[in-house]
Design a protein around this ligand. Sequence first.
Ligand SMILES: O=P(O)(O)OC[C@H]1O[C@@H](O)[C@H](O)[C@@H](O)[C@@H]1O
Length: 272
Amino acid sequence: MMEDTFTPLQLQVEGASLRFCRYGGQVLSWQPADGQERLFLSDRSLYQSGQAIRGGVPIIFPQFSGRGSLPKHGFARDRAWALLQWDEDSGQAELELRESLETLQIWPFAFRLVLKLQLRPQQLQLQLTVENCDRQPWSFTAALHSYLAVPDLATVHLQGLQGRWGTEQTTGDRWQEMECDRHFPQAIDALYEAPAQPLTLLAPPWSALQICQTGFTETVIWNPGSAGVSQIGDLASGSEQQFLCVEAAVVQSPPRLEPGEIWQGQQVFQVG
Ligand SMILES: O=P(O)(O)OC[C@H]1O[C@@H](O)[C@H](O)[C@@H](O)[C@@H]1O
């Protein structure tokens, strides 16, 4: 069978499994060794060229959200990436995206992105490397837009944001997070300064999930709420209760890369 860029590829390590595809360089599913799916993937996702896949871990580059003149969230999430390495049993894969005639029309710079995936029995590591392959410097914003699955958002707590400054992206309101246990009774689109400690997602009855990031300077927490979901064609009504996006992002101080320079950021999920 001809491999399509949407065809899921798999990694398996001691009972843990991960599925990803070349389209968007996107992780679609992660089950640690306990077998519990930890990533949300919308059953209304359109697997179509030019459309982002709704769920898993979309890669956002070179523009976060609508913060610039490029298409929302840039273009990396709706391009075909190349597979550099895929070792199903050692749990490692590497995907690459480079500039093309199409991307140069949208954003006139030569670049190389490498996404490295490492699956362990209780852990998933995602590392994004951004390289300037051009003869001139450029800046970017980026994110690993992780859709974490939860059994019921109403019972979810997120710990570790206390003391961090947040900005509500829709209104621009800023506040210092006072709660050590954050709940999500309504829509949220918040950009927080990255916590120094790992975040802990408690979503009973599932075991706790620890979330760490390096390189990325912000953490975005997003859930559209029920009114927001009704505006999003590839999310079913009610599905807002099934996920919380916890995104490792670099937004407010866009890294500037000189020719040949690289930037790296990582997000790591650990259960138990
Ligand atoms: O619907 P999209 O383009 O995938 O974006 C989803 C959300 O992604 C989040 O990262 C943004 O903070 C939100 O503002 C945005 O709505």
